[in-house]
Design a binder for this molecule. Structure first.
Ligand code: SAM
Length: 357
């Protein structure tokens, strides 16, 4: 069966859903999972399409796209976000696929910016930022992550299978003109036998520019299924390269739910971070859930199951009923991913670009 097959159209009555979960029956109106973790962070994918084909994420060809009519409208996304806020969501991040490909993205940002959120952010490959930075800033975007895995043109083409380094760098420059979007984070997916050579160049970039550079360990979420443990270049190894070739790093305190371990350089100029989901999993403090572009709620990047919100949304469910589905799904949030547990690890039911990283 295709990973992207439409979810079943049979509609589970809300009464059944509501009756099942312990959180729902307890009458609490917040998103607390079975392990006591309070969900505060909602990642929303606005499209599964992308203008790059990064080797660690998507196949070169053959991706099956979601049908247009399955993609949530801005009204539907806004409604779920609002209900989430009432249940304690404080941070919303828009992602994809490539979210800037969604027509009128600033309009969605503007709608979400009206909600009482602590953070409204975007994860993007940056290719279209030169023209979008301003409308996004004006719409109320507060934070941004730009993915960039190399600073060399030929390697960029090797990774993304598209040209675009100059556009991404120009997009980053443009962002600097809008201080209301801060910090500017640059995410580098680190892969063994590829990233080592560029670690120092990225560290230097973080000192030269107001960008926080974050190295992310390669996870088994690639659509091609080519992930191998040997290809994971750990955060500890990257940190050692920086400290050996460059200068000592000093830890910066971070929030407990933060995915990244942050460091500044000994002289205080520049910041780098390490997101180590493979070598140092942070599931214990995970406060995130994800909404796919087609309206499926995922409680873990590595979820096998999803909870359908689209059908209820389109079948006249009340806000309370939608909230009950969220509460019920969260009550079953996975304890942790099992990447390091050998046979027990099962690949997620969708790949990264289909989930919304
Ligand atoms: N297109 C946008 C972008 O490039 O940032 C947003 C979606 S992308 C799926 C979100 C993030 O997931 C990016 O930083 C990307 O590098 C990261 N990513 C994708 N596949 C990954 C993998 N297999 N392991 C680790 N990170 C991955």
């Amino acid at each position: 069966m295709s990973l992207l097959a439409d979810p079943p159209t049979s509609f589970v009555p809300f009464s059944t859903l509501v009756a099942r979960g312990p959180a729902a029956s307890a009458g609490t109106r917040s998103l607390i999972d079975g392990y006591g973790r309070q969900i505060r962070d909602l990642r929303i994918s606005v499209t599964d399409r992308c203008n790059f084909r990064c080797v660690y994420c998507m196949p070169e060809e053959g991706m099956q796209w979601l049908k247009r009519e399955t993609i949530l409208s801005f009204e539907e996304i806004e409604r779920i976000a609002k209900i989430g806020v009432e249940l304690g969501i404080e941070e919303v991040r828009l992602t994809g696929g490539e979210p800037t490909l969604r027509p009128d993205l600033p309009e969605l940002v503007e709608r979400l910016a009206q909600l009482p959120l602590r953070s409204l952010s975007l994860t993007t490959n940056g290719f279209l930022l030169r023209s979008l930075a301003r409308p996004l800033a004006e719409a109320g975007l507060k934070r941004i992550n730009v993915s960039l895995d190399t600073l060399q043109h030929d390697r960029f083409h090797q990774i993304a299978r598209r040209r675009g380094l100059d556009e991404v760098l120009a997009g980053l420059e443009e962002l600097e003109r809008y201080p209301s979007i801060s910090p500017i984070k640059v995410n580098v997916v680190a892969m063994r036998d590829f990233t080592e050579d560029e670690v120092v160049a990225f560290a230097e970039l973080s000192r030269r520019k107001p960008y926080v550079i974050r190295f992310i360990e390669f996870m088994p979420l690639d659509a091609d299924g080519n992930w191998q443990r040997e290809r994971v270049l750990s955060g500890a190894e990257i940190k050692a390269i920086i400290e050996r070739d460059f200068m000592p790093l000093v830890p910066v305190p971070a929030e407990p739910s933060s995915t990244s371990r942050r460091y500044t350089f000994a002289d205080g100029v520049g910041e780098v971070g390490f997101i180590n989901p493979v070598s140092q999993p942070f599931c214990g403090t995970c406060n995130r859930i994800r909404l796919t572009a087609d309206g499926q709620l995922r409680t873990c990047l590595f979820s096998i199951d999803e909870s359908d919100l689209r059908l209820p949304l389109r079948s006249g469910a009340s806000d309370k009923q939608i909230a009950d589905i969220l509460i019920e799904a969260v009550s079953h949030k996975e304890l942790k991913h099992k990447i390091n547990e050998g046979e027990a690890f099962q690949r997620a039911s969708r790949s990264m670009s289909q989930i919304g990283g």
